[in-house]
Design a protein. Structure first.
Lengths: 454, 375, 520
């Protein structure tokens, strides 16, 4: 665990991950229509990338003599799309045990899965891989880019969110789910209390002083004596979720670890209030992200009050049968969130659905359903970036941001536009002209399969 | 007095006495009555019963007759429940073959069961035995008088031919296995019957001389029945129809009879509104209660639920008496308080549709049933 | 016991007036003859529809389009036509007007049978008097799905399961979340999907062209309403592919008055090549659970399928000539009339085949009897374009997909699809209609056209493939599929381009009547 954390932090600090595909020093995209998301569109401009970061954006950007230039006249470039919550890319989404805060998707991501190639082809440059929904406390996620041969190369940011589910895990009912969830936190506080007591007793022993207080008092006095090494893996991540500092009674110790947030899965509207409550009760409300099934739009008043970012699962339409007429009523869910002014992110639909697996199509559906174009575009770029706490790095085209860029042949929401190129941290990661698998699906004859992308 | 054969009835020990069998003349006086059109008239009524039949219905007391007076009573025709499935009555339709047109539900009447008495005491003076839904053509229904001359159920006659379009017909080991197959087979058989190549009830049915009762749960079944009835010129009523709201507008349904129910407190909104929607479209509604699975009062519960779903009050009263009699083909004898009809009469303490109303007295063919000791 | 035939019995007297009236209307219904009297004419004053732009069935563009409708039919179409006095005007200037879309191979949801379950459940209680306790009634109550629909529990579960992709480990969660008994509001599973080995076909024989799907179509199905909302106004309701020579399909409109909705009650018979009849024959499963058949299902291989097909027509010819028919695979006697109808080309024939060699088989066996046919699904059509051209075949192609799901995924016949097949068919000059089959919503018919365009089919050709071409392939070009004088006024008004990701149908009209209007 520590190994992974250190590695992740090290990679972040380096800003330029050690990847097989090395980014050119300078890259310039010229003559291109720019959708920066954070500001108005630039009809014809240039983006200059230096060492994987955006160095300049605008109509009149001077291109250095040594930059590798991509002339992209007539194309549209937008920030790399972000898949903010997926279990894909792993061999299995969930451990069968219900409470597994110690797990980390790091151990399960398979860089060779076609999923990453597919994501890249559709313009996704950052993927938040998370444990699946069939869990109570599922483990730690991780933000990766769809390129790289090892997980180290792929990592953008180590996990800063635990997966929790309020919707019942298979075989659980809702009462069981909630009591297991509450029990996990109760167990945490009990263990920390015991640990504090033990530490206090040890401390007195070392000082050759008698333990002369009742256990409750000993626990309080021991709070500040707990060290990171004392913590077990289970305790460590749950403690981070509650804020990273040990609290017993009114006594709080020094922060031992960085805090974690949580992605909490709610399948039904009735899951929303308990999810918010459990976050408030355990100190992670400020780092709460709600993953919402289609019916959850009915809890919008509660969600509005909480004002936390939400993620909408792929099926954007809620259907209900009217008991009297037997007719099916359909509600297009994102419209409700947009009207309520909530910050929401979209997810791709099932991979088998040819259109829905594209984030840009999901955004286009929103426009069709009456959501503003800007909001729809933000829901696949800047909203997920901010939700992940990476808003200063990803999700918009601004100077200083990581150069995650997607070049479309036309407007991104036009279904006839296709992803032509993708840049990730300045690396030219995808070129449609060299996409062998796609060419095979699209072509009359078998293409030469030996041809490989750069 | 007769010892009843049920183990469960030890505590019940109902006593049934038939008083004054075939008395020359009885006059029943009540403070209101259900007219043949189903309306409830809250006016004094004197019904004279002679030889088991209604001899006179009048607003004034006939001269010199002994009157059985029911203070505040409402006189209603004996109710008729069409829901008795063969299987529910402890028997089962032969279904090795999908076609059993010559079968007669009457053969399955067990006169020694006590449910008929319970029905009668709840005001249900006649009921049907219906072949199960498992055969495409299951034979003729039986119309049964709950309490006959000897105090036991008695056969009134053979009812319509039962045709089932329910999914229960499909079987894995014989034709048909599907809807398309079932309707294809039905059509072929009826065509053959028209050519004289089938047992008598089918020939009569195909020629439009014998009525049919079609179990048609879904809207598609109703439509298929209407098509078939039209193509073959059949005379049919429908049964178990739950999609009433959908099909109500079909002009072909107008003036047809549709049997709805049972409607319990579990009935969905959709089921409850079915009867009302059909009635508004001009369909004649009959209701069923679901005995013997449900209690004997289930017929009145069905009626109350149907009224809540929009069925008119008069239509609801007809739906438990006159219309079921029509479906069974006994409407000339049963189903209304009218001179010349059999005197199957029930005195309620209020409107029969009001579930609080008690049964004060039951007359079966003019003979009053003794009150059950436990009631 | 007496069987009474007296007036007291169940014999009935008929009222001729009443019967005639009924006969009249259902005959219209059965044979789809729209009469310009009675139902059809009532309340249909002249209507005028004005839209910003219109596409005709061939994809031709008319700006400022005006359509004049009289008696449910298009009287005139043109740019800026004058509005007749007293006409109702529907004017939506920022919309695009098209003829109603046509799906020539629509696989309907199982709704009829779900409904039929209500009957079954009732009988289930009736069959066991001792269980008729309040608890038993509660059990029945529990069989209601969460949204109040009454389903068999197994059916509900399998429907939910079918809606979830096999590789989706979240599906368990979905099942839990969507199905707690007693809860009032959860998502309605809308699985317009066929499951492997599940069949509604009559399987007392492999040759059943004497049956017709019209008998099983629930015209009130929510599926029709869904199709209608998506701009599809006419569908060929396709029979099951579980029989070698299956039922006859029906052509119906997706909305409108019941009496007018049936365009053709008994249309083409559907034969199937390849794995479906063999596979589904081997171990059928009833949609409400359980093994479906103890009937000996003869074709268990592709050889067997070809043989049963061949023998059916061979025997039909013998029967026609008065010769005896024998052998284990002889078609049932009642099928002979329909088979001979196909041989005489009075009943159109369709053959479903997905893989290249199955397409070749279809061409070969049909060729043996000189039978023209319409090729369905044809996943690997791109591998035999020349053969298709030579055989002069027309296709109902689709759906377009990259990774097969549901039963296509398991039957192994869709391992090698190509996204560009519509483009290639177009370039090869092979007439084809597009179909969504069982797909709806984001993969429904309009979206199939959208996908075909993305992968290279010209817009006008995609347009024709869901309007004019299917109408022509079904011999209905004088009735539907275009904006022309004399055709049914089946119109769709779209906000946004019809086949763009952002486009949606906002108003649908069938036979001149508004049957769907978006509430905004």
């Amino acid at each position: 665990m520590t190994r992974m954390l250190t590695l992740g932090v090290a990679l972040l600090a380096a800003a330029l991950p050690a990847v097989g595909q090395v980014a050119p020093e300078r890259v310039a995209l010229t003559g291109v229509r720019i959708l920066p998301i954070s500001g108005p569109a630039i009809d014809k401009g240039t983006i200059l990338i230096e060492r994987g970061r955006i160095a300049a954006v605008g109509e009149d950007v001077e291109v250095p003599f040594d930059a590798r230039v991509f002339e992209l006249d007539g194309r549209t470039v937008m920030p790399g799309l972000i898949d903010v919550h997926t279990w894909r890319g792993m061999d299995q989404p969930n451990e069968t045990r219900p409470v597994t805060p110690q797990l980390d998707v790091y151990d399960a991501i398979d860089p060779s899965q076609l999923f990453f190639e597919d994501s890249l082809r559709l313009g996704v440059t950052a993927i938040h891989v998370m444990p699946g929904d069939n869990t109570v406390v599922g483990g730690l996620g991780r933000v990766v880019r769809p390129i790289g041969r090892t997980l180290g190369e792929m990592t953008i940011a180590p996990g800063s969110f635990l997966k929790l589910a309020v919707a019942p895990k298979g075989g659980f009912d809702r009462m069981m789910q909630m009591s297991t969830l509450r029990e996990a936190f109760a167990k945490l506080s009990d263990e920390l209390g015991k640990l504090a007591e033990a530490r206090y007793e040890e401390d007195r022993k070392e000082k050759d002083e008698p333990v002369d207080v009742v256990p409750d008092e000993a626990r309080k006095r021991g709070v500040k004596l707990i060290r990171v090494e004392d913590l077990t893996d289970e305790t460590r991540n749950l403690l981070r979720l509650t804020g990273g500092a040990v609290t017993v009674g009114d006594e709080t110790g020094e922060p031992l670890l960085d805090p974690l947030g949580a992605f909490v899965h709610c399948a039904r509207a009735m899951d929303v209030a308990p999810a918010i409550q459990i976050a408030r009760d355990n100190g992670f409300f400020d780092r709460l992200v709600l993953v919402l099934g289609p019916e959850c739009f009915k809890a919008i008043p509660e969600l509005k009050k909480a004002a936390r970012p939400v993620v909408l699962v792929g099926d954007l339409t809620h259907r209900e049968t009217d008991p009297l007429t037997g007719k099916v009523r359909e509600t297009f869910v994102p419209r409700k969130y947009a009207d309520a002014g909530l910050m929401f992110s979209l997810l791709p639909g099932p991979s088998s659905s040819l259109p829905e697996r594209m984030l840009t199509y999901q955004a286009a559906r929103c426009v069709r359903g009456g959501v503003g174009r800007d909001v729809a575009l933000r829901a696949i770029t800047s909203h997920p970036a901010e939700t992940l706490g990476l808003g200063d790095q990803l999700g918009s085209i601004e100077v200083g941001r990581a150069a995650h860029l997607v070049v479309f042949t036309g407007d991104p929401l036009d279904f006839n536009s296709v992803v032509e190129r993708v840049f990730i941290d300045g690396i030219p990661a995808y070129d449609r002209a060299r996409d062998v698998r796609l060419q095979r699906l699209l072509s009359f004859q078998e293409t030469n399969a030996e041809e490989t992308p750069e | 007095m007769r010892k009843r054969n049920s183990l469960r009835s030890a505590a019940v020990l109902a006593v049934l006495l038939v008083s004054g069998a075939a008395a020359a003349q009885t006059v029943i006086q009540a403070d209101g009555w259900v007219k043949p059109d189903g309306s409830l008239a809250r006016e004094a009524v004197y019904v004279t019963v002679r030889d088991g039949q209604v001899a006179e219905v009048s607003g004034t007391a006939p001269q010199g007759a002994a009157v059985q007076r029911f203070e505040g009573g409402i006189l209603a025709p004996g109710m008729i429940d069409l829901s008795g499935g063969l299987a529910a009555l402890g028997d089962r339709s032969e279904d090795a073959n999908a076609m059993e047109p010559a079968a007669r539900a009457a053969d399955a009447l067990d006169r020694y069961q006590d449910y008929a008495h319970r029905l009668a005491h709840a005001g249900v003076t006649a009921f049907a035995i219906c072949p199960d839904d498992t055969t495409l053509i299951g034979g003729r229904l039986a119309a049964v008088h709950s309490v006959g001359p000897d105090g036991r159920p008695a056969l009134l006659g053979a009812g319509p031919l039962h045709v089932s379009l329910s999914a229960s017909v499909y079987r894995v080991d014989r034709e048909p296995t599907s809807r398309t197959g079932a309707l294809g087979l039905l059509r072929r058989t009826l065509r053959a019957a028209t050519a004289g190549d089938q047992p008598e009830p089918l020939r009569a049915f195909a020629a439009g001389e014998l009525a049919g009762l079609v179990t048609a749960p879904t809207a598609a079944d109703v439509l298929a029945t209407l098509r078939l009835a039209d193509q073959m010129n059949l005379e049919v009523s429908l049964r178990h129809t739950v999609d009433g709201r959908d099909v109500a507008g079909l002009p072909g349904l107008r003036d047809m009879r549709v049997v709805v129910g049972p409607l319990s407190n579990y009935a969905s909104d959709r089921d409850r509104h079915s009867a009302g929607a059909l009635q508004r479209a001009g369909v004649r509604i009959a209701l069923v209660g679901g005995y013997p699975n449900a209690g004997p009062d289930a017929l009145r519960l069905s009626a109350a639920m149907a009224v809540r779903g929009g069925l008119g009050l008069d239509a609801a009263r007809r739906a438990v008496s006159l219309v079921p009699a029509e479906v069974l083909g006994v409407a000339d004898r049963l189903g209304a308080i009218e001179v010349g009809r059999q005197a199957d009469l029930v005195v309620f303490s209020g409107d029969p549709l009001d579930l609080r109303s008690r049964v004060l007295a039951v007359y079966s063919a003019g003979r009053r049933l003794e009150e059950q000791a436990h009631d | 016991m007496t069987d009474m035939h007296s007036p007291g019995g169940a014999r009935v007297t008929r009222e001729p007036g009443n019967m005639e009236r009924r006969a009249g209307w259902t005959r219209r219904l059965a044979f789809g003859v729209v009469l310009a009297c009675g139902l059809a004419a009532t309340g249909l004053a002249d209507t005028v529809v004005k839209a910003g732009r219109a596409y005709t069935g061939s994809g031709e563009v008319i700006e400022n389009a005006v359509v004049i409708i009289v008696d449910g039919r298009i009287q005139a179409v043109g740019a800026g036509l004058a509005v007749p006095d007293g006409a109702d005007v529907i004017e939506l200037p920022d919309t695009v007007l098209t003829p109603g879309l046509i799906d020539a191979m629509c696989v309907l949801d199982f709704e009829v049978q779900q409904s039929a379950f209500r009957g079954r459940l009732f009988e289930a209680t009736a069959a066991a008097p001792e269980t008729a306790t309040p608890e038993a009634i509660c059990r029945i109550h529990d069989a209601r799905s969460v949204d109040g629909e009454l389903l068999g529990p197994q059916d509900f579960w399998s429907r939910v399961a079918a809606d979830v992709h096999e590789d989706d480990p979240n599906h368990f969660e979905c099942v839990c979340a969507g199905s707690l008994p007693g809860s009032q509001a959860a998502a309605t599973p809308l699985a317009s999907a066929i499951r492997p080995r599940t069949t509604w076909a009559e399987h007392s024989s492999e040759v059943v062209p004497h049956t017709a799907v019209i008998d099983a179509v629930n015209l009130w199905s929510n599926d029709f309403e869904r199709l209608c909302r998506e701009g599809v106004t006419t569908v060929f309701v396709s029979p099951d592919s579980a029989s070698v020579i299956g039922s006859r399909g029906a052509i119906v409109k997706t909305a409108g008055r019941v009496g007018q909705r049936i365009v053709r009650a008994e249309d083409a018979a559907k034969a199937s090549m390849g794995g479906d009849p063999a596979r589904r024959g081997r171990s059928n499963v009833m949609p409400f659970g359980g093994r479906a058949s103890i009937h000996t299902r003869r074709p268990t291989t592709r050889m067997g399928v070809d043989w049963v097909f061949r023998k059916a027509f061979y025997d039909a010819r013998r029967a026609q000539a008065g010769l005896p028919v024998s052998g284990a695979d002889a078609p049932p006697a009642e099928a002979m009339a329909a088979l001979n109808g196909i041989l005489r080309q009075e009943i159109p024939l369709r053959i479903q085949a997905r893989m290249q060699h199955d397409i070749f088989s279809a061409i070969r066996v049909a060729g043996e009897f000189g039978l023209p046919f319409l090729l369905e699904e044809a996943t690997e059509a791109y591998q035999c374009l020349e053969a298709l051209k030579q055989a002069n075949l027309s296709l109902v192609f689709g759906p377009v997909y990259m990774d097969a799901t549901g039963f296509r995924r398991t039957n192994g016949e869709a391992r090698d699809p190509r996204l560009t097949t519509p483009r290639q068919l177009h370039q090869a000059g092979i007439p084809f209609a597009l179909t969504a089959q069982e797909f709806r919503g984001e993969e429904g018919l309009a979206r199939q056209a959208m996908l075909a365009i993305r992968y290279g089919l010209p817009h006008a050709a995609a347009f024709a493939a869901v309007t004019q071409v299917p109408a022509r392939l079904m011999g209905l070009e004088e009735r539907i599929g275009d904006l022309r004088s004399g055709l049914d006024a089946d119109l769709v008004l779209w906000r946004g381009e019809p086949f763009s990701a952002e486009g949606r149908a906002v108003l649908v009209m069938i036979d001149g009547q508004v049957v769907y209007q978006e509430d905004k």
